[in-house]
Design a protein. Structure first.
Length: 523
């Protein structure tokens, strides 16, 4: 507390001003982040700020011993942070906004404290981004991979103990029942906390750098191994206790056991490292040495400037505050996205396209509210041979944070479908240049489908969500437009049919509907 009381009143005013400006810029993004923290996969994020504060408190004496030397060098990352803010704000990307908030915070420390002082608490500052839930573009593919690997190893362990088990996708058939390895069983909710734990252990562990790196890298295979054992144990217990083995107390206890056992294994790994030739590792002494020149730093504080001169010093603070205030004023006062209405309502989309006859369907309101589109079309088209293609078009008059296009690559795996062999195709169209589409095979519980999708963005055809975000940012600045549409086609792979034959059907249908879609989507 004595360190806090030595902070001049002018510094407290600057801190309050920065807090107000940063809150104005990032409050909407942080509200979404806090809602994500309630998800069981990310509730570890609540602890990260407190861990970072403890790490700063642990360095408090070293921090007080180094005099503050305000530096203009911190302005470079500050400007980069403002650029990331605009990229996230206009592109509608939350994780970019989170990184922008962290970079602005770190650069403000650099501007006011100087590099020498910032180096004392560098780990605490670098540790803070762990409180940001990783974006879905990382979470969904990672969860899918972990789920598949864990289920494969789980089946292998069941075979080792003499049990009959067969895996198809994420479903394990035990003969007497089937276990579905869902997202919650992927091991993702153990992986992130264990990575954080591994980083903290490596930070406090006084040992060769390679030992620290190996300690952190070992978290991923350890998580997969422990989760596979958990799945195998569920299959073994299912024979005696039934469905209770996969839910309730057993499910919760097994998750807690996985985490605690993995933590014990990391500590054992450090013990083994100490048995290897070379210097033994140890934990850092949490009670750091008292500063030898603490008196001089206190003296500097006592002789600091007062009044208006103190408030405007260092000049970096004035520049930073003005830039933050201008950014806040422009972001709140200027509308960068005009709402561009669709050329024709999708309700008028023809139900007869070539030889295909369609029938419209509706999306339940509870799902429709979370998609935020301005207009949509959901229809099943069937040809004379009885082959079916599902068409989904979602149009957005303007795209904003949390109200933008969702990629099927993240949404469909979240509903249980496993993406396979995803890649871009160049589809030849009559009278125009080839159009890029994203193609993928999908499997779920033995069912197979082929999907095509693309994003129609103001005269462009994009196939990745990253392209969509970047063009949203650029077009918001240059054209004041972020309107766009997602077009998705799905057809089942019929019995006796190959995925290639099903894809050929999609290609033919796509050539039929693209000219029709051009009449509905703004150019």
């Amino acid at each position: 507390m004595r360190e806090l009381t030595r902070i001049p009143p002018a510094a407290w005013l600057r801190i309050a001003l920065y807090g107000i400006l940063l809150a104005g810029l990032f409050h909407s993004a942080y509200r979404v982040m806090f809602s994500w923290w309630d998800n069981e996969d990310f509730n570890y994020c609540y602890l990260v700020p407190f861990m970072a504060l403890y790490l700063v408190w642990e360095k408090r004496h070293d921090l007080a011993a180094v005099p503050a030397e305000p530096s203009w060098a911190g302005m470079a990352p500050f400007v980069l942070g403002l650029g990331l803010f605009w990229l996230g704000e206009l592109g509608g990307e939350f994780y970019t906004l989170y990184l922008a908030s962290w970079l602005l915070f770190a650069s403000l420390l650099w501007l006011h404290l100087g590099w020498s002082k910032l180096k004392v608490i560098w780990f605490s500052v670098a540790f803070l981004p762990a409180m940001f839930p990783p974006p879905n573009i990382i979470n969904f593919p990672l969860s899918l991979k972990l789920r598949l690997i864990s289920s494969q190893l789980g089946v292998a362990f069941l075979h080792l103990v003499g049990m009959s088990a067969y895996r198809e996708g994420n479903v394990i058939d035990l003969g007497f029942t089937q276990l579905q390895v869902v997202d919650a069983c992927s091991g993702l909710r153990y992986l992130y906390p264990l990575i954080i734990m591994g980083i903290l252990l490596a930070y406090f562990y006084r040992a060769a750098m390679w030992k620290r790196i190996v300690l952190v890298l070992s978290v991923l295979p350890l998580t997969i191994l422990m989760n596979s054992l958990r799945i195998a144990a569920t299959g073994i217990l299912y024979r005696w206790v039934g469905a209770a083995a996969a839910e309730g107390f057993f499910h919760g206890f097994s998750g807690w056991f996985v985490f605690m056992f993995a933590l014990a294994f990391l500590l054992l790994e450090m013990f083994v490292f100490n048995l290897l030739p070379g210097a033994k590792g140890s934990f850092k002494d949490l009670a750091e040495q008292r500063p030898q020149n603490g008196g001089s730093s206190r003296k500097a504080l006592r002789t600091s400037k007062t009044g208006l001169e103190a408030l405007l010093s260092p000049p970096q603070s004035v520049v930073a505050a003005v830039l933050l205030a201008l950014t806040l004023g422009v972001s709140q006062g200027i509308e960068f996205r005009e709402k561009i209405p669709i050329a024709k309502p999708l309700a008028q989309f023809p139900m007869q396209v070539g030889t295909w006859t369609g029938k419209t369907d509706t999306i339940p309101s509870k799902f429709r509210e979370g998609l935020y589109f301005s207009d949509y079309l959901l229809a099943d088209y069937m040809n004379m041979q009885g082959q079916r293609i599902n068409l989904y078009v979602a149009y957005y008059e303007s795209q904003r944070k949390a109200e933008s296009i969702h990629s099927p690559e993240t949404c469909l795996p979240g509903s249980g479908w496993e993406f396979k062999n995803a890649g871009q195709r160049a589809l030849a169209l009559e009278g125009r240049k080839a159009m890029p589409v994203m193609a993928a095979g999908m499997e779920n519980a033995g069912q197979k489908q082929v999907v095509y999708y693309w994003f129609a963005q103001r005269g462009r055809i994009n196939t990745s969500l990253t392209q969509v975000k970047l063009y949203n940012f650029w077009d918001a600045l240059t054209r004041r437009r972020t309107d766009g549409a997602l077009v998705r086609l799905i057809t089942p792979v019929l019995p006796g049919e190959t995925p290639e034959e099903a894809e050929k059907r999609l290609q033919e249908f796509t050539r039929e509907i693209v000219p029709v879609l051009d009449q509905f989507l703004p150019n």
